[in-house]
Write a new protein. Structure first.
Lengths: 280, 453, 294
């Protein structure tokens, strides 16, 4: 059974092993130089009493909600619209996909420049020309997270659009025709034929997005470093800081375990809640 | 069992073996052969900086010629706060690395640096170093863990061009924080640019707040670093001054989030009148970001309500904790050769200054002596003909800096404390209704939890 | 199965109350997509050849100072080594894709075709990791790469550190297994009767049949490795090995803004050109991946 060797090796070394090790480490204190010390639940106590963790948790949930609010419907609507177009069908998806091709780091460095809060900043000049602003964007605790969501939506929407588009091309024409014969108008055809057809993909993308957004890291690190006033400090950035800035691996793994528990509960609830629904 | 699988398995395991054989180039076991010591030295300039790289490589070649029993393995590793822990944990640190003044204390506590006391004593270098500056590299019992090679005190960098435009005297930077406020207001009103700005992100907020607190007569931690000490009047006054500049005078512009890179670019673009920084900012501002040398000005740290002092800054060289005694000795030799020789040897001083001029690097930026004071002034005389920075623009700083009291970083977990203080500064600058006493009390609680861990 | 009509029928399209908003919508969407998709690239091109002060003072103006600095692009290319770092990115992406392919095809073959008795246990173990977020194991995975158990090799600063861990991807394994499940069993029976061993069946029957799914796996691995920042930042500290994503923020810190923007432009231009060349295959693959996920 040597066929199983690659998968076993890779999973034992890089997946199962580290997961177990992470669990063990969350009960230890180590700086990787001194001998390991067992500290029981001390890491969890420290992490749970760190006021930064509460705020980071709230920020992460806030980001996830904002991303769902903006990031989720935009590609769905766009894909539904694009699926109705005829001719030049390659142009729109290609344009929509260009931001996805942009390396995230390039996008962030560029948007950070666009978000210059002075009146001569890029976005502020554009909005200023129609009499709006200037806005503070990343430099205000109120608008920093929405600004990051805006960039993330721009960067991620193209991928979802393509996936939805592919799903929509498989809607059979006779379904629409049948609906039309039943006297259903355009809106009802969209509502009763198009959306139900997307349901499976939508649910999956929803779950993937929630799990993905809960692990937000690169954007706050390069945009704001977690500021202003900790308003963009996410759980993952905090884990990173614990481990790789402070060298406190015990606290980092303890927080990781807590995040994993939350995510596991979220997925389980999601699965249960949508089980009947998606196979309907 | 079947050939494909075998081949596949072999394909996967061969790289492991290869890596296993070729790993850890810096491990001490294989570094000495036949009486020769090999050490890896960091901070080799990248190829995007060809002039400096050539100069560095020349220095390496000269050193190897002068010390045939030592072989150097130069690498491009630089100190980077976001990856240092990873590198230290991974044994990826070179044997010699340049790190800023903020770091040695934390590294000593985490045992990430070698104890150099004995080697430095044997070498005789210990007695030549400036004892005041050396403190930042010592633990409580006086052991030395790093060699300071450049030292500065934080001052106030200002844009002389904006000062002139605002009708201020560019040769008279503010000496107190009241004057900072008045000048900032004048600049903002006359030029429309931010009169004053301050760093706030990635731990620089706490770092600069510390400097400011020192200038107001306060401190950040108590003497043994077991308790936060900033929940008091000087810190409140410092933050109050910021708050008034930002919200009453509106002289700090819109942007709140600045790190070193961000503030350097904004200052070089002429968008900022003044900010706190050490004189070594000259290179970043003028040589990297294109500020006109004539616009660069620096004064001493403004003081408030007395002569309190300022934070020190600069670079130290650390040695990997896994280095053997022979490697430590070689490392100290290299540090001396590469960074300190120019202070004691006239021809080395002249060569280094000439190379600096050729590589378009600033030569003669004033700083604090890392070696004994009289030797320091001798060195200044040696390089005088090669100085390529406008020393007059540094004059307000140099006149006062030598006598200004230097206060070291908070002794314990400075970076974690700074991280906890970032949001405090950001709140004061981002929220008009910020409750300064409450912010400080809350941050003190956070810091105490970190210090107690 | 055809997209020859959508929710709108031909009759609908002729109605004014449908057609007018539809056409307006089309124009708005097109403008929006051009601005969002091409805008950054075009602005970057302009900024890349402008003096720093122009981009800072008036980012929207057309060369306000009248200076055009074409040399910025050459400087950024030479000093920033954009091409070299993009090359690293390509090596990393290719290796990741290859490692993923080897792991998920052999695993799929074991689980779907060979079906040993312990297959169910392994399958459950792989499935379980799907529900444990990647992040939990960030720190321990890093420590693993520092010192791989048993062989005690340090993989950091070798490409293995970025190639191998992503191969432990439960999603890919399960997707491939599911695809193999769909291959009619009679094929395997027939091949066995012809005397083909498991290797022959794998190389000359299963692999050729599963080309479309392998394309998707390759695409997904390439995209995720292209986007990754944190992991290569941690394990590739040697600048000679870093991908462009890790190198750019560092370059940004030590260069003037115009050179930095020129670097960003080059780092964006090359992948965009590559994408435009392979645009069709690429988008089809991405669309297919959604179908599989669902």
């Amino acid at each position: 059974m040597l066929f199983a060797l690659p998968v076993l090796l890779v999973f034992v070394v890089f997946s199962w092993g580290p997961i177990l090790k992470g669990l063990v480490m969350s009960f230890q204190q180590t700086n990787l130089i001194d001998p390991v010390k067992w500290v029981g639940l001390e890491n969890f106590r420290y992490v749970l009493t760190d006021p930064g963790v509460g705020q980071a948790a709230l920020n992460t949930v806030w980001f996830t909600l904002l991303a769902l609010l903006f990031g989720f419907p935009v590609p769905v609507l766009l894909a539904m619209f694009l699926s109705e177009l005829r001719g030049r069908s390659w142009l729109y998806p290609t344009l929509a996909y260009l931001p996805v091709i942009t390396p995230p780091v390039v996008a962030i460095l560029l948007w950070r420049f666009f978000y210059d809060p002075s009146p001569s900043g890029m976005f502020n000049s554009i909005l200023g020309s129609v009499g709006l602003g200037p806005f503070l964007w990343l430099d205000s605790p109120h608008s920093a997270m929405p600004s990051i969501v805006l960039e993330a939506t721009w960067a991620g929407a193209g991928n979802a659009v393509i996936i939805y588009l592919a799903a929509l091309t498989s809607v059979r024409a006779d379904l629409y025709e049948a609906a039309e014969l039943d006297g259903a108008g355009v809106v009802r055809r969209v509502w009763h034929v198009m959306l139900p057809h997307l349901r499976g993909v939508l649910l999956l993308m929803l779950l993937l997005q929630v799990i993905g957004t809960m692990q937000l890291f690169t954007e706050p690190l390069l945009f704001t470093g977690g500021g202003p006033q900790g308003s963009t400090m996410t759980i993952l950035l905090l884990i990173y800081n614990y481990a790789f800035v402070n060298g406190d691996y015990g606290a980092a793994t303890a927080l990781s375990v807590l995040l994993a528990l939350v995510l596991a509960v979220v997925s389980a609830v999601f699965q249960l809640a949508t089980r009947g629904w998606s196979t309907e | 069992m079947n050939r494909f699988a075998i081949r596949c398995a072999a394909g996967l395991s061969v790289p492991f073996l290869l890596v296993a054989c070729s790993s850890a180039p810096s491990s001490p076991a294989d570094s000495s052969s036949g009486g020769q010591v090999t050490i890896t030295v960091g901070d080799r300039p990248t190829s995007s900086d060809p002039a400096n790289r050539a100069q560095y490589d020349q220095k390496v070649a000269d050193f190897e010629k002068a010390n045939p029993d030592i072989k150097l393995n130069p690498v491009e590793t630089l100190w980077d706060p976001t990856t240092f822990q990873a590198q230290a944990a991974g044994g990826q640190l070179p044997d010699v690395l340049n790190v800023p003044f903020t770091e040695p204390q934390g590294m000593i506590a985490r045992k990430q640096v070698a104890d150099l006391t004995k080697v430095l004593k044997d070498d005789g270098l210990l007695s030549e170093l400036n004892p005041n500056v050396l403190k930042i590299a010592q633990d409580q019992s006086g052991n030395v863990y790093a060699v300071p090679t450049a030292a500065y005190s934080v001052g106030l960098v200002y844009n002389r061009n904006l000062f002139t435009k605002a009708g201020l005297d560019p040769n008279k930077p503010p000496a107190t924080w009241d004057e900072v406020r008045a000048d900032a207001k004048a600049i903002a009103q006359k030029t429309g640019q931010a009169g004053y700005a301050q760093m706030t992100t990635n731990n620089t907020g706490g770092w600069m707040f510390t400097t400011q607190t020192y200038a107001f007569g306060g401190s950040i931690e108590n003497a043994d670093g077991s308790q936060a000490a900033f929940d008091d009047a000087p810190s409140k006054a410092a933050l109050q001054a910021l708050h008034e500049m930002k919200w009453v005078d509106k002289s700090m512009g819109q942007a709140v989030l600045y790190d070193i890179d961000g503030i350097s670019k904004a200052f070089s673009a002429g968008k900022i009148g003044m900010y706190m920084s050490a004189p070594d900012a000259y290179r970043t501002l003028v040589n990297v970001n294109g500020l006109k040398a004539s616009s660069f000005g620096i004064g001493p740290m403004p003081q408030q309500g007395g002569d309190h002092g300022t934070l020190s800054g600069g670079s130290v060289q650390i040695v990997s904790p896994s280095a053997t005694d022979a490697e430590k000795a070689a490392a100290v030799k290299w540090i001396k050769f590469s960074y300190l020789n120019k202070y004691v040897d006239q021809s080395a001083a002249v060569t280094s200054a000439k190379n600096g001029v050729a590589g378009k690097l600033p030569v003669g930026v004033p700083g604090l002596p890392v070696i004994a004071a009289d030797q320091w002034s001798t060195y200044q005389n040696w390089i005088k003909p090669y100085v390529n920075v406008p020393l007059d623009n540094f004059a307000p700083y140099t006149k006062v800096a030598a006598d200004q009291k230097i206060i070291p970083e908070p002794p314990v977990k400075a970076q974690e404390v700074y991280a906890a203080l970032d949001p405090v500064v950001q709140t004061v600058l981002g929220n008009q209704k910020a409750d300064i006493p409450a912010l400080l009390t809350k941050a003190a609680g956070t810091v105490n939890a970190k210090l107690g861990r | 199965m055809s997209g020859d009509r959508g929710a709108l029928s031909d009759t609908d399209r002729r109605l004014t109350r449908v057609r007018v908003p539809f056409v307006i919508g089309q124009v708005v969407v097109l403008i929006g997509l051009v601005v969002a998709g091409l805008g950054p690239l075009l602005w970057l091109l302009k900024a890349a050849i402008s003096p720093t002060q122009d981009s800072i003072r008036s980012p929207l103006a057309w060369f306000p100072s009248g200076q055009v600095q074409w040399q910025n692009l050459a400087t950024a290319w030479q000093q920033g080594h954009i091409g070299y770092y993009l090359g690293n990115t390509a090596i990393i992406a290719a290796g990741t894709a290859l490692a993923s392919l080897i792991v998920c095809t052999t695993a799929g073959y074991v689980l779907s075709v060979l079906r040993p008795r312990w297959g169910a246990v392994m399958s459950a173990g792989i499935l379980a990791t799907l529900f444990v977020p990647h992040i939990v194991s960030l720190v321990p995975l890093y420590l693993t790469v520092l010192k791989v158990p048993v062989v005690h090799a340090n993989l950091t600063n070798t490409f293995w550190a970025v190639w191998l861990p992503p191969a432990a991807n439960a999603f890919n394994v399960l997707v491939v297994k599911r695809f193999f499940d769909g291959i009619p069993r009679e094929y395997f029976e027939a091949a066995r009767i012809d005397g083909a061993g498991s290797i022959r069946v794998f190389t000359s029957l299963v692999l050729p049949l599963s080309r479309p799914i392998l394309g998707v796996v390759v695409l997904l691995s390439i995209i995720s490795s292209w986007k990754d920042y944190l992991w290569p930042l941690l394990v590739l500290t040697n600048p000679d090995l870093q991908p462009v994503s890790v190198a750019l923020p560092k370059i940004a810190k030590v260069t003037e803004l115009n050179i930095q923007l020129a670097g960003l432009f080059l780092a964006l231009l090359i992948p965009v050109l590559l994408f435009l060349v392979f645009q069709r295959a690429f988008l089809r693959g991405v669309g297919l991946s959604g179908g599989i996920k669902a």
